[in-house]
Design a protein around this ligand. Structure first.
Ligand code: 5GP
Length: 118
């Protein structure tokens, strides 16, 4: 089945700037595949964003375009973020895809939330 053409990645999006160290963040985890930091407008007691280090617009783009090693490494990092946060009671994850899905920042990211909604 033919894959969709890759969407255009804007290198000036805020998460790209955070990755380059040009914008601040409250980092909670980092490895070769991912960076995780606290959401600036938390929607739950714990609200962290995990982003891959490569240039992927969305979950769809990442799943279709990233090499398998990066996909595995990223999702393992997501679970390590949860361990790092010690969310003993559990957590939930989500990813908004596209404007219709509520995506505002067009660098693929996963929301990791735990505890009561704020
Ligand atoms: P989206 O709707 O694209 O899935 O979510 C983007 C998220 O990024 C939102 O939850 C928003 O609060 C968060 N966000 C936007 N700008 C910044 C920023 O400059 N720093 C941090 N830490 N989070 C941001």
């Amino acid at each position: 089945m033919p894959s969709q053409s890759s969407p255009i990645y804007d290198r000036n999006n805020i998460f790209a700037r955070i990755l380059r160290g040009e914008a601040p963040c409250t980092r909670v985890y980092e490895d070769e595949y991912a960076l995780a930091f606290r959401d600036i407008y938390p929607k739950a007691q714990v609200h962290v964003l995990a982003i891959p280090k490569g240039e992927y617009v969305s979950l769809t783009d990442f799943s279709q375009s990233a090499p398998p090693e990066l996909i595995t490494g990223f999702w393992r990092a997501v679970t390590r973020v949860a361990e790092t946060l010690s969310v003993a009671g559990g957590y939930r994850i989500g990813s908004n895809v596209g404007p219709g899905g509520g995506q505002v920042v067009f660098h693929f990211h996963v929301h990791i939330l735990s505890g009561p909604r704020t």
